[in-house]
Design a protein around this ligand. Structure first.
Ligand code: FAD
Ligand code: NAI
Length: 484
């Protein structure tokens, strides 16, 4: 007999597995179908984020940052180390252990919440008598199940350059960049986006000569331009990344001894980069291959994303889509929040009660880049406000003038608060500095509660703490910062 469910979730990344757990918590009989296999060919839940994304990258960033501190910063504390060395295999094994614990943890959470977990590729076949038929294919084993509601959370895969194939041995995407067994002497990175900067940082800290080639004319164009300028300065001068913007890649040759990238620089002059390994990190594309039969007419836009409205409803009845496969930033926390919102909407529809809150506010999503110093922001950038013609006031405060930052020996960077010139409502908060990945939470809460810069200026912040930099930046909006 065909197994039947209230909800079938396709994909067990942070969008899918969270949606499945929330559906089950709300009393819905839920199945989650996922096809991911790890390097050993074993099914592994958690999608990109847990297997080859957020978690492993942060593990390597932490290890390499510890090494860099020991090599360059401990001396300031009077700590002398001799014969410092890095065992890359131990670092990678630690990362693998963390990944295994978390992916295994999802299997346990599924069990605890009574989510049925099926391994294989899910394909949406058709809707019959109000039930969707889904094929689940695991090698030669094919099973058909049915469910009333569908949540698609199939995520994304790395965008490829047309003229070179990733082999994850010498030409690497994120998976290969997270699994190098030794520090490459010369590392090239195509794309100065989030992955390029995080992965470039890891291997640079461990001693690689890292050159980053970026197509855009300016560095980190998604960020506030002052933050981007500061970041470029620090990454170049302090970390030693070689960053070239405005380049056009012409060709890549994989030779026996090296990889040669031919490109035109910002002045259109021909250049050559010779490296031992090359990371290609030029963005990601939504994953919809083989997801649904053509006949059912799932609408996909010209950029490959599944079309959804603000409630994540697709063009098909009772079919929702969340996470990287739909519009909005490709971030794990955005995927998860959409998963929760959709689960709550399905439950309320099925159980016959209204749910007004099941919607994700795409305007207030924090971004964090886990470089050193870290970069974090929420809301509008200064350039966005200018181009929208919105009058604003800005307040900025440097970490250099903060006691805790001095004690940490991490004084680079600043916090900037942007507030509406008339109402003082916060429109954006931008940070570059130590642990701003944690500090950004206060900014997100403030913005969700429609706070003014004066609200933050009047709230008591612990002393000495890094959060005082946000406090002072809020005071600076009204030109009354105290410690500068
Ligand atoms: P995914 O995590 O991609 O999961 C989709 C799952 O669906 C996969 O397991 C896939 O195998 C499966 N699947 C696809 N098609 C089918 C099918 N037809 N049948 C069955 N299964 C299918 N984001 C952050 O917020 N913070 C970070 O620090 C961060 N770091 C990152 C670092 C790297 C190197 C990378 C690559 C990404 C990072 N991201 C980070 C982005 C984050 O990983 C994604 O935004 C997030 O994983 C998206 O979640 P998702 O559930 O939409 O999709
Ligand atoms: P990205 O979109 O962040 O950056 C890609 C960069 O490559 C851009 O700057 C783009 O201009 C450049 N580029 C594109 N084509 C190019 C070409 N032909 N030559 C040279 N440069 C080119 O994408 P990335 O770094 O691949 O990461 C994908 C997504 O994963 C991110 O956008 C983000 O959503 C997510 N992510 C999030 C992280 C976090 O939250 N800390 C960490 C890593 C990834």
């Amino acid at each position: 007999m065909t197994k039947s469910f209230d909800v079938a979730v396709i994909g067990a990344g942070p969008g899918g597995y969270v949606a499945a757990i929330r559906c089950a918590q709300l009393g819905l009989n839920t199945v989650c179908i996922d096809e991911w296999k790890n390097e050993q060919g074993v099914a592994s839940l958690g999608g990109t984020c847990l297997n080859v994304g957020c978690i492993p990258s942060k593990a390597l960033l932490e290890s390499s940052e510890n090494y860099a501190r020991a090599a360059h910063k401990f001396i300031d504390h009077g700590i002398h180390l001799e014969g410092l060395s890095m065992d890359v295999s131990v670092m990678i094994a630690r990362k693998n252990k963390i990944v295994k614990a978390f992916t295994g943890g999802i299997a346990m959470l599924f069990k605890k919440n009574k989510v049925t977990s099926l391994h294989g590729r899910g394909t949406l076949l058709k809707q019959e008598n109000g039930l969707w038929k889904i094929q689940v294919k695991n090698n030669s084993e094919v099973e058909e199940i049915q469910a009333e509601y569908i949540i698609i959370a199939t995520g994304s895969t790395p965008r490829q350059l047309p003229f070179i194939e990733v082999d994850n041995h010498r030409i690497l995407d994120n998976s290969g960049a997270l699994a190098l067994t030794e520090v490459p002497k010369r590392l090239g990175v195509i794309g100065a986006g989030v992955i390029g900067l995080e992965m470039g940082s890891v291997w640079r800290r461990l001693g690689s000569e890292v050159t980053v080639l970026e197509a855009q004319p300016n560095f980190l164009m998604a960020a506030d331009e002052h933050i981007a300028k500061e970041a470029q300065k620090i990454f170049t001068r302090e970390l030693g990344l070689i960053i070239q913007t405005g380049v056009k890649i012409k060709s890549i040759q994989v030779e026996e001894q090296q990889i040669v990238v031919d490109y035109a620089d910002a002045k259109a002059d021909p250049q050559k980069l010779e490296v031992d390994k090359l990371i290609v990190a030029i963005g990601r594309v939504p994953n919809t291959v083989g997801l649904a039969t053509d006949e059912i007419g799932l609408k996909i836009n010209e950029r490959g994303y599944i079309e959804v409205d603000e409630h994540c409803c697709t063009s098909l009845s009772k079919v929702y889509a969340v996470g990287d496969v739909v519009r909005g930033p490709m971030l794990a926390h955005k995927a998860s929040e959409e998963g929760v919102a959709v689960a709550e909407m399905i439950a309320s529809t099925k159980q016959g009660h209204a749910n007004e809150s099941a919607k994700v506010n795409l305007d207030i999503i924090p971004w964090v880049i886990y470089t050193s110093p870290e970069i974090a922001w929420v809301g509008k950038t200064e350039q966005e406000l200018k181009s929208a013609g919105i009058a604003y006031r800005a307040g900025q405060f440097p970490f250099m003038a903060n006691g805790r930052a001095r004690a940490l020996g991490e004084t680079s960077g600043f916090v900037k608060v942007l507030a509406d010139a008339d109402t003082d409502r916060i429109l954006g908060i931008h940070m570059i500095g130590p642990y701003v990945s944690e500090m950004i939470a206060e900014a997100v809460v403030a913005m969700e509660f429609a706070a003014s810069s004066e609200d933050i200026a009047r709230i008591i912040h612990a002393h000495p703490s890094l959060s005082e930099v946000l406090h002072e930046a809020a005071l600076a909006v009204d030109k009354r910062a105290l410690h500068i």
